[in-house]
Write a new protein. Structure first.
Length: 199
């Protein structure tokens, strides 16, 4: 992907009205109200504060290599009043330094810009038993059309400038197989295209 920090942060800011709905879906789908959440990648930093605001028992890590992304995530967490439960880690998506079963929840929004089988396998590895990884792209199943409508055109334009690639359900299923996650992951086209990985 074209790693233009300014464009990435502009997209992240544009999506601020969406994150509460994404967080609500992740928490409801997992049945979790506490534990540890990893929000990963250049489009991270929105779901973690929104989830922490809804779930007081949740501690979050936002992990990306971009300092501007992390600065925006810190600001969002401060505005949400949850900065004490949202840690920032400047590192790439390679999770080799993360222990097995370290997280109850893993969110990777905008994943198809950079997702490969190794990263998807790593998401499965770092999930605790009973945990949930939500990896993919789109607004999620709970975001109302009234929230999507005002930002959709600008979001498409910015994503195109970053080199967004289109991924089919079949290609996502092939990634699941290549990651060795058959039986632990399913592909969903509800609210975008998502791979749900179970710990």
């Amino acid at each position: 992907m074209n790693r233009e920090e300014g464009l990435i942060v502009e997209i992240n800011r544009l999506w601020e009205p969406v994150y509460p709905y994404m967080a609500a879906y992740l928490l409801a789908a997992s049945g979790r109200s506490g534990g540890a959440l990893l929000d990963l990648g250049p489009f991270a930093g929105g779901i973690a504060p929104a989830a922490a605001a809804r779930a007081p028992g949740l501690r979050c890590v936002v992990r990306d290599e971009g300092p501007e992304v992390l600065a925006w995530a810190r600001d969002l967490a401060e505005r949400a009043g949850v900065a004490d439960r949202v840690s920032l880690v400047r590192a790439g998506p390679d999770l080799s330094d993360v222990a097995d079963a370290a997280y109850d929840l893993v969110a990777v929004r905008g994943a198809f810009f950079f997702l490969d089988a190794d990263l998807l396998a790593a998401v499965g590895r770092v999930l605790r038993p009973g945990g949930l990884g939500w990896v993919g792209g789109g607004y999620g199943p709970l975001t109302p059309a009234g929230v999507i409508g005002p930002i959709a055109d600008r979001s498409r334009e910015l994503n195109a400038r970053l080199g967004k690639r289109r991924v089919s359900e079949g290609e996502a299923a092939a990634l699941v197989r290549a990651a060795g996650l058959e039986g632990r992951a399913r592909v969903s086209a509800d609210g975008g295209l998502w791979i749900e990985v179970h710990g």
